[in-house]
Design a protein around this ligand. Structure first.
Ligand code: C2E
Ligand code: MG
Ligand code: MG
Length: 594
């Protein structure tokens, strides 16, 4: 503890000259200040140091920093000038003077000191102690608290796996760039890794994490110094390109694609992947229409996401620039989805049924349920007009459950009237991936009281290849429960035959694109159909030809070994009410012909 001269008896605290014997109250003050753990000084109204405590002396020794070397009789304000940032210093000294005059109760300020071993942070707190305007100033070292706060702040803004800026921080950075005065053009790249899920599923989550870190590194390596790479979550990344027009962004996208194109070493294996990239951008600040609302980061990222989605839909591993028509198409899909949600609760959806002919007996043994939407303004809509919107807006589950229940109820009602028809229901990839297939089918059967052998679940080739193992497990459970499974639209895609072979189906439908070929190309059509039928035979499946539009085609598919046929030549899909009449007429016609 050091004490100073400072006017002797006129100081109520009576702090006396160093070396002299302090009076009784001064001893108390010294003792109190000395007991404080924080470095503390007593100053007079002019900033002259009257007294320093032991913690202050220790801190000064420890820091060994000329900026904080002030002792008794020294000029505290001059030191404060060195400590606190320029623009704040005058302000701080003014506030301390005001405090000394009794115009306020306390003064607080924070400052940082750059040291050889890093920055240390201090909290300064000053209080007036007496009428003469003496002020006690403590300087608390808050370095560990600030460091902890900064670390948690950093963690809140970054993705723990890749250490890249996270979604929230990316939006902050993009918004800050958009608002920067005199900024150049800004582009945003939205990247989605093609095939990430497969790696995660087949090689495990650790390999998946490792892959994401490697991708983060490669993307960062592909960008320029001023660009920022961030991770939105999952396998989605965003690059913010500052001062970069769309041409520059396209060049960058190509570099990113090339970066991801090199094989990755994962769990001792080499894995090849692609990346789909969407680009959205905005020109120079102020160059846009002054009346247009300001562009926000959410707009840019959403536009880039739409472009990425289009790139993926066009066949993966591509780059696509955002255009306004992508936004209007997305808006249309969103409107359709909102209306469809209503339709599901109302009574706008209906099922039409298309007869299936058993060729050896020439009798209709089944029907396929096909969903329709009786739209209040647009009339009767085919599934192609609303299934894509449903898939994008999480409505496939509710829609498929509705179809399953309605079809099961209808089939049970026909059966009760003596009309036994195996009723086929289509289930798509998104629904199969949801994993509720078995529960939903069993619930629909139970509710309708329908025997399982009167229901057939049709899964498209594409639904199987999306996740063959998961699909096969669910379909096996269905067959064990007695429900027939059909592998639909075989020959329409490029699914792996090995994967298709794992599907425990009883029926295979030959895609209508193979059946409905021009009469002049009968030979080529025959070869393609024969190949699919042969495949079905090897797998032990009955084959059903779809899209039979002419007598000639019907004869051909029969000759080639299909046991079932369906198509406009036999009957078009029809409302449920027309089915019994059509069936009766067909039986009468067959009996008459026989
Ligand atoms: P799909 O399962 O292959 O159904 C057969 C489609 O072919 C039906 O079209 C049917 O009207 C049409 N079709 C039948 N015979 C002929 C023919 O001779 N020539 C031609 N050109 N076409 C014929 P629709 O009803 O428009 O259904 C299209 C697709 O929508 C269906 O193909 C199926 O994949 C899907 N779909 C239909 N209903 C549902 C449903 O309830 N749920 C799901 N997830 N998908 C459905
Ligand atoms: Mg079908
Ligand atoms: Mg089909």
């Amino acid at each position: 503890m050091r004490t100073g001269t400072a006017g002797g008896a006129d100081l109520p605290l009576d702090v006396r000259r160093r070396g002299g014997r302090p009076s009784a109250p001064a001893v108390v003050v010294e003792a109190v200040l000395d007991a404080l753990p924080s470095p503390t000084l007593l100053i007079d109204a002019d900033g002259r140091v009257l007294l320093t405590n032991t913690a202050w002396e220790h801190a000064a020794e420890l820091l060994d920093d000329d900026r904080v070397r002030v002792g008794v009789d020294g000029d505290y304000f001059a030191m404060a000038h060195r400590l606190v940032a320029d623009e704040d210093t005058g302000n701080l000294i003014e506030r301390l003077r005001a405090l000394s005059r009794g115009e306020c109760d306390s003064v607080q300020a924070d400052y940082a000191l750059e040291q050889r071993d890093g920055t240390r942070w201090y909290h300064l707190q000053a209080s007036r102690v007496d009428q003469a305007g003496q002020v006690v100033v403590t300087h608390t070292d808050v370095t560990s608290r600030v460091r902890a706060e900064r670390a948690s702040d950093w963690r809140a803004r970054h993705d723990t796996l890749t250490e890249l800026p996270n979604r929230a921080h990316l939006h902050e950075l993009i918004d800050a760039e958009l608002a920067r005065p005199g900024r150049g053009p800004v582009s945003v790249l939205f990247l989605d890794v093609d095939g990430f899920k497969e790696v995660n599923d087949s090689l495990g989550h650790e390999a998946g994490d490792d892959l994401l870190r490697q991708i983060a590194g490669r993307l960062t390596g592909s960008t320029r110094v001023g660009d920022t790479v961030g991770r939105l979550g999952g396998d989605e990344f965003v690059v913010l390109c500052r001062d970069c027009d769309t041409a520059g962004a396209e060049a960058l996208a190509d570099r990113c694609r090339a970066g991801v194109d090199r094989p990755f070493e994962l769990a001792g294996r080499l894995v090849r992947l692609g990346v789909s990239i969407g680009i959205a951008g905005i020109g120079l600040a102020g160059a846009d229409d002054a009346d247009a609302p300001p562009v926000r980061s959410t707009d840019l990222v959403r536009d880039a996401d739409l472009a990425m989605y289009a790139a993926k839909a066009a066949g993966r591993n591509r780059v696509r620039l955002f255009t306004a028509d992508l936004r209007s198409a997305a808006q249309r899909r969103a409107t359709v989805a909102a209306e469809l949600r209503e339709a599901l609760h109302g009574d706008q959806l209906e099922l039409h049924y298309q007869p299936v002919l058993h060729l050896p007996s020439d009798r209709c043994t089944g029907v396929e349920a096909l969903v329709r939407w009786r739209h209040p303004e647009r009339g009767l809509l085919p599934p192609a007009d609303f299934l894509p919107s449903a898939a994008q807006h999480d409505l496939i589950g509710p829609l498929t459950r509705w179809v399953l229940r309605a079809a099961a109820r209808q089939a049970a009602a026909w059966a009760a009237d003596g009309l036994w028809l195996v009723t086929g229901v289509n289930v798509g990839a998104a629904y199969v991936a949801g994993g509720t297939l078995v529960d939903d089918v069993l619930a629909a059967l139970g509710e309708a009281g329908l025997p399982p052998e009167l229901l057939q679940v049709e899964v498209a080739e594409s639904a199987v290849s999306a996740d063959a193992e998961h699909a096969a497990a669910q379909l096996t459970a269905l067959r064990l429960a007695g429900v027939e499974v059909a592998l639909d639209d075989v020959g329409s895609g490029f699914s792996s035959l090995v994967e298709l072979a794992t599907v425990p189906a009883g029926v295979l439908t030959v895609d209508r694109s193979l059946v409905a070929v021009a009469a002049g190309r009968r030979r080529q059509a025959a070869a393609a159909i024969a190949a699919v039928v042969a495949l079905g035979r090897v797998w032990g499946l009955r084959c059903q030809a779809e899209g039979v539009e002419t007598a000639d085609q019907l004869a051909l598919v029969g000759e080639l070994g299909c046991t079932l046929a369906q198509g406009f030549h036999i009957a078009a899909p029809m409302p449920a009410a027309e089915v019994p009449g059509w069936m009766a007429a067909r039986r009468a016609h067959a009996a008459g012909g026989a």
